[in-house]
Ligand binder design. Structure first.
Ligand code: MTE
Ligand code: QUE
Ligand code: MOS
Length: 778
């Protein structure tokens, strides 16, 4: 093993005050008391209508005829909308074409929106939407990655990232291994389903209330389907009841259909998908089927590796190009791959179009290389942790990724050593070995896995944000920024930043709804970048106002500018004078000082040439390590996650309470993905797991019995992010890979750790049992 050096830890740069301290979520009280308003809680206009979607009943084919007479004749139905009624664009593909807002003739998945109904109640609309009589010419659906690959059925061209000569390096290695892994998708299961409400305004405009992570995109697409300029559409988004990536592009169709119905009827229209329809009609995490071939030495050091990363994209491109790219960017995870050849296929199947989900392809890339680490360890007869350590990126050499980005300030080796000691890995490994010798049926497993996750949108132009701050004459502050609140605490963190700038209490700040007429041309709140981008933009706006206030006070009171200080809701001016913050604002107003400002931020340093697959796509990396211990029953395949220890790097935390919540939540969501959450489509392409009875998300009883989560201390982000913090939303999701690896460890014990079991995900009890059988058979 190479020697790992403890890095010198720079003293934390955190300012004591409004940032860096735990504050409860801005809406916490309202969340738990039911007073937080969601779109479905908004007051209804007197003549408000309710929309519902008429769905296709085949997965692939051509519509020959539609008879809507029974739909229209249903009492309470006011209007029906079909593709030919759309005044503007029919295609609402967010990046690339391919998503018709309503089917014109070609059906590409079961459930796809064929028409829409507006009625006087939600119930009537939903019932009526089922009464259409449709004739189809059915075509054979493509439903698997294997089938799509065989037919060269892709939504986007194949892309490759490559360095060195992987085939030669593999062929000249002491050992060569091959393997394949099927990785399941995941339903977002946000508590609040997809919903939009459209209100016609004068001059043919529209105001849209939508549960969306991407209000600016909803604005554009609504304008395009209505064939009106963007400035006639306003999109308003106060909060989502969870998004997790599922409301990045997938909110737009329902907003567009609500707007089309509102435009056609001249009335307000609300469109809410019930749970079954939401699960049937909206994209999920991409299932992947990845395979690899690697060569390594007898210590387990990788010499060369080839990966085929095959994403099941569903019927259209959506965000799949960027998602499969991110899977490829993370096929190294924390390991130096000197000779690597990574091929990414975007497979087209006749299912719903898969989309962003926490990690955005990263988890599917990362789990593959973690599986390789386990496989290599079994082959060379080492503890997988030793093989992981051996292959880690170095500090000054072996520190450039296969896409050319240097891994700077690599703290992962140090974090692994710290967690290994803190959670007593070696002692427990020995205890587990003993336990497994003594128990014929119950087996334990343990795994410690790292996460290195690249922060930034890999599409450069998205790495920008805007903000708008108003100060009113009572000293209260209204804050608006381009990000959206989905429970992650973004508004709280951005408010903390502004409170820090003015040194006022956070209660003095109201974070208003995200609106396209306040901050324009925003990026989706995604890629974990919400606070990084919008925090900086809001800080920029606050600094501008503050500079004006300082200049004014210095002139007004004849003091130097550096004698004006904001502290504890007060302003100190020179040695003698102290006034309340509100008093200074009132005075500034009377002296005609502008008390409002926009702010802007763009991420520095990033560049990437996709044709060469080389550059620095990420501003920095967020790191984490987790150790999971599981207990399996080899007779039934049932298991328990007995203990989890996490050490996670958020730089200097802006709000430790919120960050811990994000880490715990992400871990459990990741565990659900890898253990119990199974999506099943039947041979006709019908989603069979379309409700909580058939699709199992983690519940309180599934929580690890021991769950220790620690924030890494005294490691500020070395890049100049907002108060040297790091993004936290997605990276800890991938910490759950240690649960899967621990399950494989427990199963492998049946072969006395000679064999590495095939364990596709989700690793349900059935799959664990099959893996045990496979060990016994060999
Ligand atoms: N946390 C909650 N409570 N609800 C969510 O929907 N979405 C996750 C993560 N944490 C989510 C969440 C995803 S997918 C992302 S990209 C980030 O939050 C987005 O927010 P941020 O960039 O402000 O962290
Ligand atoms: C991570 C992400 C996103 C991403 C790239 C990432 C994301 C997203 C897009 C995207 C790509 C191209 C577009 C566009 C958006 O890229 O969420 O509008 O034209 O939407 O690395 O989370
Ligand atoms: Mo998160 S998947 O980037 O919305």
């Amino acid at each position: 093993m190479r020697k790992l050096t403890q890095l010198p830890s720079k003293k934390s740069s955190n300012v004591i005050g409004k940032v860096g301290v735990s504050r409860k979520h801005e809406s916490a009280d309202k969340h738990v008391s039911g007073k937080a308003l969601y779109i479905d809680d908004r007051p209804i206009m007197a003549n408000h209508l309710h929309g519902a979607i008429g769905q296709t009943t085949i997965a692939h084919g051509i519509v020959k005829s539609i008879d809507l007479s029974k739909v229209k004749a249903t009492p309470g139905v006011v209007d029906v909308l079909v593709a030919t009624d759309v005044p503007g664009h029919l295609d609402i593909g967010p990046v690339f074409k391919g998503d018709p807002v309503l089917v014109l003739d070609k059906v590409e998945f079961m459930g796809q929106a064929l028409f829409a109904v507006a009625a006087t109640s939600h119930e009537v609309a939903v019932k009526a939407a089922k009464l259409a009589v449709v004739e189809y010419k059915e075509l054979e659906p493509v439903l698997s990655v294997k089938d799509a690959l065989a037919k060269n059925n892709f939504v986007r061209p194949t892309h490759t990232q490559s360095r060195g000569d992987a085939p030669a390096a593999i062929d000249s290695s002491e050992h060569v291994l091959e393997g394949a892994l099927k990785i399941g998708g995941q339903e977002h299961f946000y508590l609040e389903g997809q919903i939009s409400s459209a209100e016609p305004t004068e001059d043919g405009g529209m105001i849209i209330y939508t549960s969306s992570q991407h209000p600016s995109e909803v604005q554009i697409l609504v304008a395009e389907v209505l064939n009106i300029p963007f400035n006639k559409v306003v999109v308003d988004m106060r909060r989502m009841g969870g998004g997790f990536g599922g409301k990045e592009t997938q909110a737009a169709p329902w907003a567009c259909i609500a707007a089309l119905l509102a435009n056609k009827t001249g009335r307000c229209v609300k469109l809410r998908l019930n749970r079954v329809d939401d699960m049937t009609l909206t994209g999920k995490r991409h299932p992947f089927e990845n395979d690899y071939r690697t060569g390594f030495d007898s210590e387990g050091l990788i010499k060369g590796i080839e990966f085929n990363i095959n994403g099941n994209c569903g019927y259209s491109p959506d965000l799949s190009d960027a998602i499969v790219d991110r899977a490829m960017f993370h096929s190294d995870n924390a390991y130096f791959l000197e000779h690597a050849h990574v091929v990414g296929n975007r497979c087209k199947t006749n299912t719903v179009s898969h989309t962003a989900y926490r990690g955005f392809g990263g988890p599917q890339g990362m789990i593959s290389i973690e599986g390789v680490m386990d496989d290599i360890a079994r082959k060379v007869g080492k503890d997988p942790l030793e093989v992981r350590k051996l292959n880690l990126y170095g500090q000054t050499d072996r520190n450039v990724t296969h896409y050319g980005q240097t891994v700077e300030h690599n703290i992962l080796p140090m974090m692994i050593e710290k967690l290994e000691v803190d959670c007593e890995y070696q002692k427990r490994r020995a205890q587990i070995a003993k336990f497994n010798k003594e128990n014929p049926f119950l087996k334990k497993g343990i795994a410690l896995t790292p996460v290195k996750f690249g922060i930034s949108f890999t599409v450069q132009h998205l790495n920008q944000a805007g903000a708008l701050i108003h100060l009113y004459t009572d000293g209260s502050i209204q804050l608006n920024h381009g990000g959206t609140e989905m429970g992650q605490g973004l508004n709280t963190k951005v408010a903390q930043v502004v409170a820090q700038e003015f040194q006022v209490d956070i209660d003095n700040i109201v974070c208003s709804a995200t609106r396209t007429d306040k901050v324009p041309n925003t990026s989706p709140t995604a890629a974990s970048s919400g606070t990084d981008l919008n925090g900086k933009a809001a800080q920029n706006a606050a600094k501008k106002i503050r500079a004006r206030l300082v200049k004014f006070a210095s002139e007004h009171f004849s003091v130097r500018q550096d004698e004006v200080m904001f502290l504890d809701n007060q302003v100190h001016i020179g040695e003698e004078k102290v006034m309340a913050f509100a008093e200074l604002i009132q005075l500034a107003y009377m002296n005609r000082v502008s008390l409002s400002s926009t702010g802007f931020y763009k991420t520095p340093k990033i560049h990437y040439n996709r044709d060469k697959a080389n550059g620095r796509p990420f501003f920095y990396y967020a790191n984490g390590v987790s150790c999971s211990e599981v207990l399996i029953d080899t007779l039934t395949g049932e298991y328990k996650v007995e203990r989890v220890d996490v050490l996670h790097d958020v730089g200097d935390s802006l709000n430790p309470a919120i960050d811990l919540g994000q880490i715990e939540g992400a871990f459990v969501q990741g565990m659900g993905w890898l253990t119990t959450e199974e999506l099943v489509w039947n041979e006709k392409g019908r989603l069979m797991t379309n409700g909580p009875a058939t699709y199992k998300i983690p519940a309180i009883a599934d929580m690890p019995e021991i769950f220790n989560v620690e924030l890494l201390q005294n490691e500020p982000n070395r890049e100049a992010t907002i108060y040297n913090s790091k993004a936290v939303g997605e990276p800890p999701f991938m910490l759950a890979i240690s649960v899967w690896s621990a399950l494989r460890d427990a199963v492998s014990s049946v072969s006395n750790y000679r064999l590495s079991p095939i364990l596709h995900t989700p690793a349900t009890p059935e799959r664990v049992l099959m893996a045990v059988q496979q060990m016994k058979a060999q």
